[in-house]
Write a protein that binds this ligand. Structure first.
Ligand SMILES: [Fe+2]
Ligand SMILES: [Fe+2]
Length: 149
């Protein structure tokens, strides 16, 4: 059984966003596996770096979708994104001398809990705004990978 198992209860109703959430979940599962099997710190760091990149890309794409659909709580949602990114960055480089990724169980559990709660409680709120709105498709598919990252 995976650490986080994606199922329909986590779907926000936008396939490309669901796909990105699945990638994020896969990455957290890898992080969990690496920390639980006491892989070398550099391995954990590499996975965490990938996660931070995926999160950054995903958040910006999601914000574009919300902006394109006129989602009213965009600012509040963005603040939650920034807070999580700040947490990840603080844990990635807690000091200049020593990079110590969140290799402990508490940190990985926190990441899991935040992600699942955020998808269920926050991301799902913008789903009704996407509907058949063509602006969503435009916003999602016309976003070049290189523009926002
Ligand atoms: Fe979000
Ligand atoms: Fe999301």
């Amino acid at each position: 059984m995976a650490f986080i198992q994606w199922d329909e209860s986590l779907s926000v109703g936008v396939p490309v966003i669901d796909g990105e959430h699945k990638s994020l979940i896969d990455c957290v599962n890898k992080l969990h596996e690496a920390t639980e099997s006491l892989k070398p710190q550099r391995t954990v760091s590499t996975i965490l770096d990938s996660f931070v990149d995926l999160v950054s890309y995903h958040f910006r794409r999601e914000e574009r979708v919300m902006r394109a659909t006129g989602y009213p709580d965009l600012e509040d949602h963005m603040a939650k994104h920034r807070e999580f990114e700040t947490y990840l960055l603080a844990n990635r480089h807690p000091s200049k001398e020593k990079a110590r990724p969140p290799s402990d169980r508490d940190a990985v559990n926190h990441i899991k809990q935040w992600l699942v709660d955020h998808i269920r409680n926050d991301d799902k709120l913008y789903a009704p705004y996407t509907g058949d709105n063509p602006a969503v498709v435009t916003a999602v598919y016309e976003t070049a990978v290189y523009e926002d990252v």
